[in-house]
Ligand binder design. Structure first.
Ligand code: SF4
Length: 426
């Protein structure tokens, strides 16, 4: 059976949140291109940025490029930055060259960066103009991935939110799954929903441009990632309705997420159980196998991926961990509220970051495991703290029943490594 939620009022939804607005240590929203370009097979991401942006993408994606790349950087040179060249004209020329060379491109995203934001290059206007020019074969959209205001998972949110206004109108009663899951994980979700009798399911983003879903007043949608608040708002502006639920991490989260959808579609209890009993059992056993190392250990989350609250829920309720601090870049109750309801009070909930103050708290806490960005991990490891890179959590398949054991194992691995090093040193 699913563990019962804490009684009303005993979750974390109403506890005071520590809000900090200081220096932050996170990757920028360009990082999302690494997983988005693999998901959307006929899309291309053209970053309008600097050599730094190009290096970030190359080093983040370097080992993952196995086919013709579907992203590039149009470098803004010093003349552009000084306002001496017409960057819009140059962009038009770059895009024309690219589309001539690559007729397989059906969707082109112009991705804004810090430099394009600084010189106030209007990429929205450029996208409209280029869309008119290259329609109907290619649709051009724009979004901002700059590090001035975005954290790394906000890139996906901005990309999906940019797509929502151009989705076709539909009156069909359909379920929309929102979030760029690896294909194999998405297929698992579709097969679970199909076993529950829910067949009219579409995905945003779709794998190809001509499979993009419609949206309308009969659309209900479930988010698969907690960082998609902007996309949620955009879909609601189109008349769609959000099915709020805990996120599908671990056995409990997956069951609660599916149960919320089942309630919306009046799935009979017996059918729900027939579809979920066996995979639930597998998930429970897989989590238990990985949990030995996690049980009783303390964990500290720096704000990074926006997955922190649902993951803390999974690790405390299913893996026996104790959360000391759960930092998240943003806490939107309309998105993560159902996970907060399940989190027992105790940990500090913090939103935003003032990195020096938070480092002081992490050092004082000396948790068994600290989840943080790459930039903080090495210094903290050098100080003897075991760390987990938050970015791995979005590069690794972690959703739904079949990945529950892998998700727990991701957190167990650094602890196991540290234990082995201690043994060697002894
Ligand atoms: Fe750096 Fe900004 Fe480019 Fe990101 S967008 S790589 S933060 S310059």
């Amino acid at each position: 059976m699913t563990r019962m939620a804490p009684p009303p009022g005993s979750g974390c939804r109403d506890i005071p949140v520590l809000r900090e607005r200081g220096q932050r240590e996170v990757f920028c929203g360009l990082t999302g291109i690494i997983w988005l370009h693999r998901k959307m097979q006929d899309a291309f991401f053209l970053v309008v940025g600097s050599r730094t942006c190009a290096h970030l993408l190359q080093s983040a994606a370097g080992v993952m490029i196995f086919a013709e790349p579907r992203f590039a950087t149009a470098i803004l040179e010093e003349t552009d930055l000084a306002g001496m060249a017409d960057a819009q004209e140059e962009l038009d020329r770059e895009v024309a060259r690219l589309l001539e060379r690559r007729p397989d491109i059906r969707q082109l995203f112009l991705v804004g960066s810090c430099p394009s934001e600084v010189i106030k290059l209007d990429l929205g206007k450029a996208a409209e103009r280029l869309s008119r020019e290259h329609a109907p074969h290619v649709r051009v959209l724009s979004y901002d991935g700059s590090g001035i205001e975005t954290t790394f998972t906000e890139g996906e949110d901005a990309c999906l939110a940019a797509m929502v206004p151009v989705l076709p109108e539909t009156q069909a009663r359909e379920l929309l799954l929102v979030g760029a899951l690896p294909d194999v994980v998405e297929d698992q979700a579709l097969s679970l929903l199909s076993a529950m009798g829910i067949e009219r399911v579409r995905c945003l983003p779709a794998r190809r441009a001509d499979e993009m879903p419609g949206v309308g007043p009969e659309t209900v949608f479930a988010l698969t990632q907690p960082f998609l608040g902007g996309t949620r708002d955009a879909l609601m502006r189109r008349g769609a309705r959000h099915i709020a639920a805990p996120f599908p991490f671990g056995e409990e989260g997956t069951t609660a997420w599916l149960a919320a959808i089942a309630a919306e579609f009046d799935v009979p209890r017996e059918q729900f159980e027939a579809a979920t009993d066996a995979p639930r059992d597998r998930a429970r056993r897989a989590v238990a196998a990985a949990t030995e190392m996690l049980n009783g250990k303390r964990i500290f989350f720096f704000p990074d991926s926006q997955l922190e609250i649902p993951l803390a829920r999974f690790l405390t309720r299913e893996c026996g961990m104790e959360a000391v601090e759960i930092g998240a870049p943003y806490i939107r109750q309309d998105v993560v509220g159902p996970d907060m309801d399940l989190l027992a009070p105790g940990p500090v909930l913090s939103e935003g970051q003032d990195v020096d103050l938070q480092l002081d708290r992490a050092r004082a806490a000396r948790a068994d495991l600290t989840v943080c960005g790459l930039g903080l991990a090495n210094p903290l490891e050098a100080e003897g703290l075991a760390t987990k890179w938050a970015i791995e959590l979005v590069f690794t398949p972690v959703h739904f029943y079949e990945q529950a054991g892998d998700l727990a194992a991701l957190f167990a691995r650094p602890l196991r490594r540290r234990a082995a090093l201690k043994l060697e040193a002894a």
